[in-house]
Design a protein around this ligand. Structure first.
Ligand SMILES: NC(=O)C1=CN([C@@H]2O[C@H](COP(=O)(O)OP(=O)(O)OC[C@H]3O[C@@H](n4cnc5c(N)ncnc54)[C@H](O)[C@@H]3O)[C@@H](O)[C@H]2O)C=CC1
Ligand SMILES: O=P(O)(O)OC[C@H]1O[C@](O)(CO)[C@@H](O)[C@@H]1O
Length: 403
């Protein structure tokens, strides 16, 4: 069934691809509260239909008290419906955001290329695109995919002059939430959305977005978040899984897991401070680590270790939350044994039943078929006799026999 996004006179439009946890619980909510008419583009017909029928939804701030923010007016289209997408392109659009998952991101190239093409044909002015995914340089990857989707040099030149592609760091824990209304979301109180100010184009209408912080030092923010919050979260999930803990709260409440995660974050932190000095001081970073550990201990969130550990192959990519801080430490000759333990724990993540994970299965099968040495060497790019490869394998064997 086709869905039309209704235009609201006087309000600038924002398209948010992905009406999931982060889409509704964070980015869509910030944009709506900043004065945009938010049009969600998703592939789930049920969600799209509900958004159009209700025109709003509730964000429950999970802080132990009843705090609800109603977000609206909003509407939605199917991201596969290129006619509906084209119609939004003609609106007073100023920003496109995404939160669909790094593996899905390239699929947005087609609808976004359609928006760019339509705006070029209509002689319309600049807009900005910000991919809000847990992936370094996600927006750059999206831009490459869009570039390949465009038909000719004229479209590419229009894109170069009129489309701002800004990378960002997106930080708010939004686990799945159960409520009578499928649109409602439950979020932690904390949020931080930081966008690269150097890449933003001036748009018309130009709206100052409260809740979006623009900086010209984005790399430092991205790495601080990815190599602290996400590194700590992932290691908590993988160690929690091994100790049969269901949730992040259960896992972080285990003293030995907490100590290990804290140690890993201090290893990563030492490298972050060294790399981004004087952007972070020791004192500030210590506070950031403590705040992160506190966020994992939020008694009002039910965040399963299976969700936080999901897609371990992606999390084990070079530059991501596990090997990223390890490389930073290796480059500087800094201690990183606990981070290597985290890598070993990720290799043992193997949830079954309703939590089964394709990537975890793939790792498991590859280790069975090729052996742990081969898999470690392939993922890390290090030789089999590299001292860190050996350490990962030792930790892997130890954890495997212990749990
Ligand atoms: N949930 C969280 O706490 C946080 C998530 N992130 C990142 O945000 C991104 C989204 O994560 P979540 O919201 O948790 O996932 P989610 O699974 O709740 O939402 C993803 C949404 O994308 C939609 N989708 C899938 N294919 C699509 C397509 N082709 N076009 C349009 N929509 C499509 C899905 O139907 C779903 O509604 C990920 O990159 C994640 O790493 C970042 C920070 C926090
Ligand atoms: O969304 P991903 O990249 O699979 O990883 C889960 C992580 O993302 C978050 O959802 C938010 O940053 C965290 O809860 C967790 O660290």
């Amino acid at each position: 069934m086709p869905f039309e996004a209704v235009s609201l006179p006087g309000k600038p439009t924002a398209i948010q691809f992905g009406a999931g946890n982060i889409g509704r619980g964070f980015i869509g909510a910030v944009l709506s509260q900043a004065g945009f008419h938010v049009v969600f583009a998703d592939v789930q017909e049920k969600i799209v239909q509900s958004l159009n029928e209700n025109g709003h939804y509730d964000v429950h701030i999970l802080n132990g008290e009843t705090q609800i923010e109603t977000i609206g007016p909003v509407s939605a289209v199917m991201s596969t419906d290129l006619v509906a997408i084209e119609n939004i392109a003609r609106e007073p659009l100023s920003i496109i955001t995404t939160a669909v998952g790094p593996n899905i991101l390239p699929r947005l190239a087609k609808p976004i290329a359609q928006i760019i093409r339509t705006r070029m044909e209509e002689g319309m002015g600049p807009i900005n695109i910000v991919a809000c995914e847990n992936l370094q340089n996600a927006t750059d990857k999206l831009r490459e995919a869009i570039e390949n989707e465009l038909s000719d040099e004229k479209e590419r030149l229009y894109m170069q002059d009129n489309i701002g592609f800004a990378i960002c760091s997106v930080d708010r824990i939004v686990p799945p939430f159960s409520s009578e209304n499928i649109l409602d979301v439950g979020v932690e109180p904390f949020f931080e959305w930081t966008v690269d100010s150097n890449s933003l184009k001036k748009t018309d209408p130009d709206v100052v977005i409260d809740g979006m912080h623009a900086t010209n030092n984005l790399d430092a923010y991205v790495q601080r978040k990815l190599f602290t919050l996400n590194t700590g979260h992932a290691i908590t999930a993988y160690l929690g899984f091994l100790k049969k803990k269901a949730t992040i709260l259960d896992a972080i409440s285990d003293g030995s897991i907490r100590d290990t995660v804290s140690q890993a974050l201090h290893e990563s932190g030492t490298a972050l401070i060294a790399k981004h000095h004087p952007f972070f001081s020791h004192e500030e970073h210590e506070e950031y680590i403590n705040k992160t550990l506190k966020r994992f201990s939020n008694h009002n969130l039910r965040d399963e270790v299976s969700r936080v550990g999901r897609e371990p192959l992606r999390k084990l990519r070079k530059g991501d939350r596990l090997l990223g801080p390890v490389e930073m430490c290796r480059e500087r000759n800094l201690e990183h044994d606990t981070l290597l333990l985290g890598v070993a724990a990720a290799l043992l993540f193997y949830p079954t039943g309703i939590h089964e994970d394709k990537e975890a299965n793939e790792i498991h099968d590859r280790i069975q078929q090729e052996g742990i040495e081969e898999v470690v060497s392939d993922l890390t790019g290090w030789s089999k006799d590299d001292v860190d490869s050996q350490k990962i394998i030792q930790e892997y064997s130890r954890l495997k026999s212990e749990y």
